[in-house]
Write a protein that binds this ligand. Structure first.
Ligand SMILES: [Mg+2]
Length: 252
């Protein structure tokens, strides 16, 4: 467990922790472009939590526009998938996207085993989350971090990815999903969602950017005709108990 203080966005020992993670398989033949999109899966591209899920009916699990989005993006970006699911579920969910049929060949598709657990605490709140630091991807591949974008619905797991993050609203098919508070944008629900269509337009517009770390991608939705739900919000904030803080200090 790595414990770090609020404000110290990328702890010094991140690289050391990352180098100890298992090495995933990288498909070098799938590297065709200079730039890479690292895509989250759940609630970014699809949702498998609906009780009405029917694997034979894509409408019950695919985010609107996802197939077109993947197909279009794969012509200008390389694609990698990075999920908090176990590898087995990553593979199953990618099968639901039928990537071969789309002509999308991911450079990698990795899950929970390739994330790191982070804890940090302010005076009033504690955070405990799995992170996907983009440094890990530039360590494993030939992509420079300035050419990588991290697309996710969960702001917490992107906290160590610097400026290279483009957040989308978490998408649910179930209309009664109770998200509660969320770290990221407020959620988008149902078949009317068009975020991926607009995200595709945005990513196409910035495809020529020389350095994604120099551009802030926090307000990309502002230009789009979708309800603006305000800046990313905090979520799953656990009030800190004094005993926990002491225990954490001792563990560190
Ligand atoms: Mg997600």
């Amino acid at each position: 467990m790595t414990v770090f203080k609020r404000g110290k966005r990328i702890p010094k020992d991140t690289l050391k922790v990352l180098s100890r993670l298992p090495k995933p398989s990288i498909d070098k033949d799938a590297i065709r472009h200079k730039k890479l999109l690292v895509l989250d899966i759940d609630q970014t591209l699809l949702d498998v939590t609906s009780p009405r899920l029917d694997v034979n009916d894509p409408e019950t699990f695919l985010r609107p526009g996802v197939l077109q989005f993947l197909q279009n993006m794969s012509t200008i970006y390389d694609i990698g998938f990075w999920s908090l699911s176990t590898q087995k579920f990553v593979d199953e969910k990618l099968q639901m996207l039928d990537l071969d049929r789309l002509g999308v060949h991911p450079v990698f598709a990795i899950g929970r085993m390739h994330t790191i657990q982070f804890k940090f605490a302010s005076k009033t709140h504690a955070y405990d989350f799995l992170a996907k630091p983009l440094q890990y991807i530039s360590m494993l591949t030939s992509y420079n971090q300035k050419d990588i974008l991290h697309i996710d619905d969960n702001g917490l797991c992107t906290l160590l990815s610097g400026n290279n993050v483009v957040l989308v609203r978490p998408w649910y098919i179930a209309e009664d999903s109770d998200m509660g508070m969320y770290f990221g944008f407020g959620h988008s629900v149902g078949r009317d969602d068009r975020d991926l269509e607009y995200l595709g337009q945005y990513l196409t517009k910035i495809r020529g950017s020389a350095d994604y770390t120099k551009v802030l991608h926090t307000n990309w939705m502002r230009d789009k005709p979708i309800p603006w739900t305000g800046p990313p919000r905090l979520v799953r904030i656990v009030p800190v108990r004094k005993a926990d803080m002491v225990a954490e200090k001792a563990a560190a």
